[in-house]
Design a protein. Structure first.
Length: 390
């Protein structure tokens, strides 16, 4: 057990998250006759899906996106760099080279949104944090031999200025402190803060940076967990360890509220919260991380975005995969004691629902998931994390 704890301490979670290991993390094990034993992530454990299956699915999705790109390099009728940035990143993460004409056109389109302040956004959309974050991720994925170093540095510095902190006259007691919204004038929320954090990490910002430390303050207040890190009026009302959208501006959860005013947890934000905690340097022994894992064990699903049903389903798949990959979890044991090779299950599920033309679509069109370009990008990004770890 000592060696397991040492591995966990560095986020080298090379054992399954099982009831046995969860106990060592401080989780309470689900009630059942016999707890499963820890399963080591070794060559004896079959994980992931055949490489050729993933390659075929990716090839089909990439071929689809080649047919839907506009002449000016963008995808979707949605204006600005947001969807195009996500699609471009998904293609680069799926093995398409920056020199590919499709990517060259996409990056050229994104650069048309480059502003003098370093941000990459369209002024009329008023979502400069979101747009700059996803565009930065695309340029970071395409960066070869320092080609985009200057652009990335400028976008990084711009994003740091968007964080709600002392520069807006806020103290750490303010619920907005440390977070980021769609843009400067928007209240912060966990989703946009997670995008900002992803972008800063891609730009080389490490966990010791003050920006990261401030982010943790906000993220902690998005969790249904009463602690020294979260003394908001929402913290104790549900207190299940999951995450919701924002405590700012009176508080909001896309999953709704309980009669007592508690903001309900839901899975896409809980995975986003967990991933953000990891990126910002919060360790696996921290009670916030333990509580998040416990909630996720209880609500493991690929049929829905738990708490939201089908809404935001492909955003959920991407965030689910990216968070578990960041946590170095190979096998996930749910609250009933069932072991899940999540990479294999997710990949097989995505391949099974991929359309004949190579795209994916969500029948619940909310949050722009009626756009097959965006949804196909989310599908590719999720598959990126389904490769069997080496």
């Amino acid at each position: 057990m000592q060696s397991i704890n040492k591995s966990l301490a560095s986020w080298g979670i090379c054992f399954a998250i099982t009831a046995g290991i969860v106990g060592s993390l401080g989780f309470s094990s689900p009630a059942r006759a016999e707890d499963p034993k820890p399963v080591a992530s070794s060559g004896k454990v079959k994980k992931g899906v055949p490489t050729e299956t993933l390659a075929k699915s990716r090839k089909s999705a990439i071929a689809y996106l080649r047919t839907t790109q506009s002449d000016d390099g963008r995808w979707s009728d949605y204006p600005g760099p947001a969807i195009t940035g996500i699609v471009t990143t998904s293609l680069l993460k799926s093995g398409v080279e920056p020199s590919d004409p499709m990517i060259v056109k996409a990056l050229a389109y994104l650069q048309t949104a480059l502003q003098s302040d370093g941000g990459i956004y369209t002024k009329e959309n008023k979502v400069s944090n979101y747009e700059t974050s996803v565009a930065l991720l695309a340029f970071a994925a395409a960066n070869r031999d320092g080609k985009y170093d200057k652009l990335i540095a400028g976008a990084r510095d711009y994003l740091k200025k968007l964080q709600w902190d002392e520069s807006e006259g806020l103290s750490k007691d303010d619920y907005k402190y440390g977070g980021a919204g769609y843009g400067r004038s928007e209240r912060p929320d966990l989703s946009n803060t997670a995008f900002l954090l992803d972008a800063l990490k891609a730009a080389g910002v490490d966990e010791d940076d003050e920006t990261m430390k401030k982010v943790v303050v906000f993220i902690s207040r998005c969790q249904n967990l009463e602690s020294e890190h979260n003394t908001t009026e929402f913290a104790s009302k549900i207190n299940d360890g999951g995450f919701y959208y924002t405590p700012a501006g009176g508080g909001n959860s896309q999953a709704g509220a309980d009669d007592n005013g508690g903001l309900r947890s839901y899975a896409s934000m809980t995975y986003a919260g967990l991933k953000s905690m990891i990126y910002a340097g919060v360790g696996p022994d921290d009670p916030r991380v333990k509580a998040a894992f416990k909630w996720l064990q209880k609500h493991y699903s690929l049929k829905e975005n738990p708490g939201m049903g089908q809404k935001g389903l492909f955003y959920y798949y991407h965030t689910f995969a990216k968070a578990l990959s960041a946590a170095k979890v190979d096998l996930m044991i749910d609250a009933a004691g069932t072991s899940h090779d999540w990479r294999k299950e997710l990949a097989e599920h995505l391949v099974g629902i991929q359309r004949e033309n190579g795209s994916w679509i969500n029948t619940e069109a909310g949050w722009l998931e009626g756009d097959p370009n965006l949804v196909t990008a989310y599908g590719l990004l999720a598959l990126h994390y389904c490769d069997t770890p080496k």
